[in-house]
Write a protein that binds this ligand. Sequence first.
Ligand code: G
Ligand code: G
Ligand code: MN
Ligand code: NA
Length: 253
Amino acid sequence: LQLEHSLRRALGRHEFRLHYQPQIDMRTGQLVGMEALVRWQHPSLGLVAPSKFIPVAEDTGMIVAIGEWVMLEACREAQRWRELGLADVPVAVNLSANQFRAGVRDCVARALAYSGLPANRLELEVTESLVMGAADQVIASLRELKEMGLILSIDDFGTGYSSLSYLKRFPIDRLKIDRSFVCDITTNPDDAAITTAIIHLGHNLRLHVVAEGVETRQQWDFLREQGCDQAQGYWISKPLDSEALLEFLRSWQ
Ligand code: G
Ligand code: G
Ligand code: MN
Ligand code: NA
């Protein structure tokens, strides 16, 4: 309850921050994208992780206002990297189910208009459960976003209930393999098998496959050998604040 109270004031007090985590092409080593991850700089608690406050924001409906801020801030920042000539890659924003249900089209349109970011430089990450619970309504919303020119990806893939027949009906561009699988790919044959299967499934459906939570050289090598397209994780970089990210971009080029 205390958390809810201070969460209500957090937006007005400018306490949210975005961190950004780079995504790398496994064949060329090129930067291909960036995931925006929200943080809450609480005046007394310090940096609060999204796993702590996103559920509260969801239950209270505050997720809509916070999500609007995240969308605009991410678009502005991505446009800044472009204008500085440092990176011209899509920025990915996470969407929770409630946010999606509340409707994101207008929010997206505003963020693109205010920031000047082209639509094909904005990616939305939706969860597997959101997509798989799919009503025709969800498909229609996703199609609409796709027609605006956005990139769409399924986050945490493999952890939810996947109906593979649904997958082909969605206008999805990328699958992100959940890091719970990637974590043990070099030691657990089951996780290795699941990861390899997801890569093949994605490719057969003409999707790009991204591995999340890549922490070691061994994991990187395994994923690369299996033909995984892109990687994200501490092995490349942890999520960085906007200043640290500029440094990363300057040194990665
Ligand atoms: O960065 P971290 O590992 O703490 O993120 C934890 C979870 O919070 C992830 O599952 C991520 O998808 C979610 N998350 C991060 N940023 C946002 C955001 O801006 N909106 C929503 N809805 N979820 C987010
Ligand atoms: O659910 P989602 O994929 O949006 O969550 C991304 C989360 O994973 C973020 O909280 C981010 O901080 C975290 N993360 C990113 N890279 C790694 C990694 O290599 N290892 C671990 N353990 N977590 C990571
Ligand atoms: Mn994500
Ligand atoms: Na994920």
